[in-house]
Design a protein around this ligand. Sequence first.
Ligand SMILES: [Ca+2]
Ligand SMILES: [Ca+2]
Length: 172
Amino acid sequence: MKTTVWIISAALLAIGCSSESSMIPDASIEGLTLGPVRAGTSQNVLTTVDLMVDLIHPSTPDLALRLGYDQDNDGRIDARAEVEFFRARRGGWMGTVAHACTPALDGAFYFRAEEPGGDPLDVFRGLKAGGSFYLEVADTLAEDVGIVREWSVRAESARAGSESDPLIVAGR
Ligand SMILES: [Ca+2]
Ligand SMILES: [Ca+2]
């Protein structure tokens, strides 16, 4: 499985892309785990974590997606956030939130916490940077199948008394 990591300056918000897609196993509780995507090598703590998932699936109710983070890289996930599609932005990180569930999914969905508190992605705030993100995808209902085309994580980390140290990590 190919994984790419970028650590870039704050001014750049380019996201890496991958050439392969991952079929989501149908009617499987175990599902598919994508990653790891390394969140830099910093000893700082994570401040914001944003997620992009590009996928196609004809039946949204089949799917359960979670973003997991293993902050000490010991193979055990330390924090998980449910990916709730009604919170997704379309058309980019600054796109509009529809606040509605869609019966089918097609394209890129962007998840970013606007402010601290109240968003599932806030669960990563304050965890040690340098860990690994995983995207857990389960399709528990038979018949309809889908594909994750690409996903990426955009994270910022900071240290008390210093400038923010933004980083972008991306993977599939
Ligand atoms: Ca761990
Ligand atoms: Ca299915």
